[in-house]
Every structure is written in structure tokens, then in C-alpha cells.
Design a binder for this molecule. Structure first.
Ligand code: DAH
Length: 331
């Protein structure tokens, strides 16, 4: 490594011009690369140089290293300026338009039901989707061998028959009544899991709305008035409705509510309801001699299909933009 070689290296660094960032990286590796860099190599060799020359030569290599670094900085700066120039604002480029989203029909119907009940003083609560047997069945008068468990094809979790995905939102009644003292009027909406035929197809999950009202002297007449108010708010004043006697283990008497759409479709079942069975009140330590109440439950999908005249429930879960876009003006 003589003076001539050093001068050559100095000259090469001085004359270097980078056109692209690749050139610059190539240059850096050539001189300072960890494995094969020329200056790195010279630094390593420094140990072998006799003591009296080492300091001088070391100084020269350090200078060369500084030259390389300055060169790199210089071209990096130029590059930045060039980039900035090309990023200049161009007012002729059309702006990016924001896509307007829309609420899912299930959410729209859910919000409408919430609003309808807010108007008459109902508060809103939610319950867990993973439930235990007691809240979902036993406390609602559905003991282990009751046939209505059969109807609610249940998803059990972890092979443990105690823990399950709630089959209906009626479990929220139990959770709420256990913790609060009457009077109260409450609405809850959420997902439930069971095999259920909605429209011409079945589904393993759907949404339910559950309402309940407990006070002194609540009667079946109050229940009828509230259901009438709900159906009229959803389907208009002229829709015909009927209460058909039915059976639910947690209400007595119980009824199903049908609405009359048109002569072709006839009567359609939209919800179940009834006066809360005194035994259910006892299960949650509410005195059934003083208090009475009613409850009702309905499937949101069924209502959405009727309101929007959708005939196949599966389309609600396919996330097809062409379907969802049709609800842009509803909220
Ligand atoms: N839990 C019932 C079901 O899923 C619906 C229902 C019926 C809820 C009557 C109620 C009720 O609160 O009173 O089929």
C-alpha cells in the first residue's frame, strides 16, 4: 500500500458520481463494506504496519473514509431534493373520492327497534353469548328433560354440558332480573345460536330482540298494546296483527304474534310473547304476589326480510356489495 495506491483511491472517491441510489450503495460497499470494502481491508492491515508509520497511514485511511462518507451524504441530499421536486402538488390530478358505506339491513332494523323502545322508556342491556345452562334453560323453566330443549338444537362448548352458546336472548331476562329490583322495562338485542329455519333456508346463528317489563299490576293488555305499537311502528298503521295462543315454558299465558302481509302470503309469525311465569320470577327472587310482567322475543332477520322483501336469508351474510349498497339511504 504505497503512496501511489492511496492517491488512486483518493482520486476515485473524488470523481465518483451517483446517478441512482443503487450506484451510491455500490460505492459504499466498495469502500466501506464490512467484508470486502477497500478501506475496511486497509484498516485491518494497519496492525501489520511497523509502529513508526502506523499513525500516519491510519490518519490517511481515516481521511479517505471521511471522503467516502461525505460523498454519500452529498448524493443522499441531492436525491431528497429530487424526490421532493417530483412529489410536487399537481392540481390537475383528480381527487380520491371517499366511498360512502352503508349500514347492514340487520343493523338498520336493530336501530329502528331500539329507537321505538327508547320512545317508551325501555333501557337497553346486553348479555353474554356464551351462557351456562341455568341462565339459558333451567331458570327459564326448561329443566334437563324438557322437550323444548330438543327444539333449540344447542351448541355446547368444551364437551361441558353446562357451558353453551345461548340459544335465545331470554337468558338476558334472568341475568337482569337477578341483579335489579322491579319496576323495570328492558330491551336486549344480540346474536343467538341454534338451528332455525328463517325464510326458505335455515341458519345456525341469527339475531334476536328480547323485551321484558315488570311492575305492579302489569297485564296482558299492556303487552298487547306494546306489541301493537311496535308492529305499527315497523310496518305501518294499516297492518293486521293477531295473537295466537301458544306455549313457552317461561310465560303463562303465551302467544305468538302473526302479521297479515297480503292474500298470497297470508299470516306470518313474527314473535313470541307472554306473561312471565311466576315460577321464573321466583327463580330470580322477585315476589310474584306483588309483581307481574310480560316478555317478548323476535328474530331480527325475519323482520328485516319482511320489511325489505328479501326472500333468502343467506344473502344477509354474504357481504355482497351489490346487495349492501341498496341500503345506503336507510339508517
Ligand atoms: N325465547 C323464544 C325463542 O327463542 C322467544 C320468546 C318467546 C321470548 C316468548 C320471550 C317470550 O321473551 O315471552 O323462541
Amino acid at each position: 500500500m504505497d503512496q501511489k495506491e492511496m492517491d488512486q483511491i483518493r482520486e476515485e472517491i473524488k470523481c465518483f458520481q451517483a446517478k441512482t441510489s443503487n450506484d451510491l450503495e455500490f460505492f459504499r460497499i466498495k469502500f466501506l463494506g464490512k467484508k470486502k470494502g477497500i478501506l475496511t481491508f486497509l484498516f485491518k492491515k494497519l496492525k501489520e504496519i511497523p509502529h513508526e508509520n502506523r499513525k500516519n497511514i491510519g490518519k490517511i485511511i481515516n481521511e479517505l473514509k471521511k471522503n467516502v462518507q461525505d460523498k454519500i451524504l452529498h448524493f443522499q441530499k441531492i436525491n431528497l431534493i429530487e424526490n421532493k421536486k417530483t412529489l410536487k402538488f399537481d392540481p390537475t390530478i383528480p381527487g380520491k373520492s371517499l366511498e360512502i358505506g352503508s349500514l347492514h339491513p340487520i343493523s338498520i332494523v336493530k336501530n329502528r327497534i331500539l329507537d321505538i323502545f327508547k320512545m317508551i322508556g325501555f333501557s337497553y342491556v346486553e348479555g353474554p353469548e356464551i351462557e351456562n345452562d341455568w341462565h339459558n334453560f333451567t331458570a327459564l323453566n326448561i329443566p334437563v328433560d324438557h322437550p323444548s330443549r330438543e327444539m333449540q338444537d344447542t351448541f355446547f362448548l368444551c364437551k361441558n354440558p353446562e357451558i353453551l352458546l345461548r340459544t335465545h336472548t331470554s337468558s338476558v331476562q334472568i341475568r337482569y332480573m337477578k341483579k335489579h329490583k322491579p319496576p323495570f322495562r328492558v330491551l336486549s338485542i344480540g346474536k343467538v345460536y341454534r338451528n332455525e329455519t328463517i325464510s326458505s333456508h335455515s341458519n345456525f346463528m341469527f339475531h334476536q330482540a328480547e323485551g321484558f317489563y315488570i311492575d305492579k299490576k302489569v297485564s296482558f293488555l299492556d303487552l298487547k298494546k306494546i306489541i301493537q305499537y311496535l308492529i305499527n311502528s315497523l310496518f305501518g298503521k294499516s297492518v293486521k296483527i293477531r295473537f295466537r295462543p301458544s306455549y313457552f315454558p317461561f310465560t303463562e299465558p303465551s302467544a305468538e304474534v302473526d302479521i297479515y302481509r297480503d292474500d298470497k302470503t297470508g299470516w306470518l309469525e313474527v314473535m313470541g310473547c307472554g306473561m312471565i311465569d311466576p315460577q321464573v320470577l321466583k327463580n330470580v327472587h322477585i315476589n310474584s304476589e306483588i309483581y307481574s310482567g310480560f316478555a317478548f322475543g323476535m328474530g331480527i332477520e325475519r323482520l328485516a326480510l319482511l320489511i325489505y322483501q328479501i326472500d333468502d336469508i343467506r344473502i344477509c351474510f354474504e357481504n355482497d356489495i351489490r346487495f349492501l349498497k341498496q341500503f345506503q339511504n336507510d339508517f
